[in-house]
Write a protein that binds this ligand. Structure first.
Ligand code: ATP
Length: 203
């Protein structure tokens, strides 16, 4: 299977791109969704988190209290590291399992942390969705109703834009309107179909 990794900073338009690719019949694995699945009630990773941080990290209904967890790891880099070392391999394994079950002409792995983690090693082609920081902030604010300072602090934790771009095989410039993006994604899809057909192990 030819696997395309799609990444980009917060509010860059990854979901806008993958939604359209799904409309073309492409299977998309979303690393954010997988990251939530692996800490659902009944999952081993959730038990380990509760053992490590204590049961107050769970809500009354046994779900992960994300706000509480964020507080714990925000102020303590060692705890953050512990959590990453627990979750990254579990998320990666689950992504591989889901990619193995895809059936489309190529498959997409959409992940905000594609380049920051070893997830990019699972892919054959890397697409970076790129917009200037001012647009990232503006679009995220109007989507999530948070303020510019909150968005800026998230941008600070992500890999800088120029570093992402040098790792890209294809860059999607999403600074224009949605109609322009739609055309770019249609062109991207044709290109990826061709690359997938040319891949040595394609059917
Ligand atoms: P995150 O990493 O935060 O999940 P994302 O990269 O998936 O973000 P999207 O949710 O696709 O980003 O886009 C952010 C917001 O900007 C959404 O509300 C989306 O509808 C809007 N948007 C995306 N592309 C454009 C565009 N070209 N013109 C106008 N609005 C856009």
């Amino acid at each position: 299977m030819f696997i395309v990794g799609i990444t980009g900073g917060i509010g860059s338009g990854k979901s806008a791109v993958t939604r359209q690719l799904e409309q073309f019949g492409i299977n998309v694995i979303d690393a954010d969704i997988v990251a939530r699945e692996v800490v659902a009630p009944g999952e081993e990773a959730l038990q380990k988190i509760a053992q490590h941080f204590g049961s107050q990290i769970l809500t009354n209904s046994g779900e992960l209290n994300r706000a509480e967890l964020r507080v714990k790891i925000f102020s303590d880099p060692k705890e953050r590291k512990w959590l990453e070392q627990l979750l990254h391999p579990v998320i990666r394994a689950r992504i591989i399992q889901q990619l193995d079950n895809t059936q489309s002409s190529y498959a997409v792995l959409a992940s905000p942390l594609l380049l920051e983690t070893d997830q990019h090693q699972l892919t054959d082609h890397i697409v970076v969705v790129d917009v200037p920081e001012a647009i990232q902030i503006e679009r995220t604010i109007s989507r999530d109703k948070n303020n510019a300072e909150q968005v800026k602090s998230i941008i600070q934790t992500q890999m800088p834009r120029d570093q992402k771009i040098v790792k890209a095989d294809t860059i999607i410039d999403n600074s224009a309107d949605l109609a322009t993006l739609k055309k770019e994604v249609a062109a991207l899809h044709s290109k990826l179909l061709t690359l997938a057909k040319q891949a040595p192990y394609s059917d």
